[in-house]
Design a protein around this ligand. Sequence first.
Ligand SMILES: [Zn+2]
Length: 331
Amino acid sequence: MTIPARAPKSARRPAGSVRWASWLFVPWLILGTVLVSIQGWPDGPVPAARAVLYDLHLSARRALLLASVKEMSTAETRRFVVHYEAADASWVPVILECADGSWEAVARRLGWTPLTAEGERVHIIIYPDPAPLERQFGPEAGFRALGAYWCGVIQLLSPRVWLSPEPSTGSARAFWAEGPFVHEYTHYVLDRLIPYGNYPRWLSEGLAQYVEHKETGYVWLDETNTIRPPVREAGLYRLIDLQRSFDRLPNTALAYRQAFLLVAYLEDTVGWSGINDLLRRLARLERFEEALQAVTGLTLSELEENWLEWLDLSLGWESGGRPTGKEGPAN
Ligand SMILES: [Zn+2]
């Protein structure tokens, strides 16, 4: 999920439909949903079996999603394949250029790229109107998303809708800076690096926003999530709430802002090498608290205390700042 959109509403439905054969995936969906929701299995006797079932579950859901867009046109590079409607054809080269730039940028930040098999590509769906993304986030989301990552697929609202009818000089740079691609691709890489979602949701959203900010300069900051010192009186969510129920917290913007600032704190204290170490430990199925302790020497509550102290001093410079990325399009 990402940044509040500026797109007008549309009543059009997405192209394509799920065909009857797709219902063959339903048993996998049900079984997978039950199995992947069982907490603590990484420490159980059959983590490999769970990994296989998790992958099957994701594959089934990804197949359903891709079946719904099979009538769309496609174009591809060595790493990405984009599904699009004819009305968005002129934007496809711009999106693929940004996709390849994101590949390089996220690899540099996280020190890792997905080990795709020969011929395997990352799927991108360009929706011609906001309806499919609106349905995924629900009417109570409080923002309009320009993109989403789900089950291995990056979904985008066409920049024709929210940026300009046709690309022109400067459009690649504008899409890079204002669009959600770096953010969503970071989710994809994290999902591929760490088996069956062995990371807290706040870490995924914090990292996606932080990499996006460092590469493009974008930061989600508005009246509903602006934090002012003294931070202990600012009505912040407790870290344990972010850890346990990130997606159910009523002020989504504030939860995202705190996640961003937690990753900013990690980068300031242990650097990208520490963040990469944390991710690799999670990829080896260490519990988050154990990995955090190994990398930072802190428990979860100590992290919260130290972060709050740091936040009181750091809100000024970490509220915005300039991007330091090098891989974005030149124009
Ligand atoms: Zn996100």
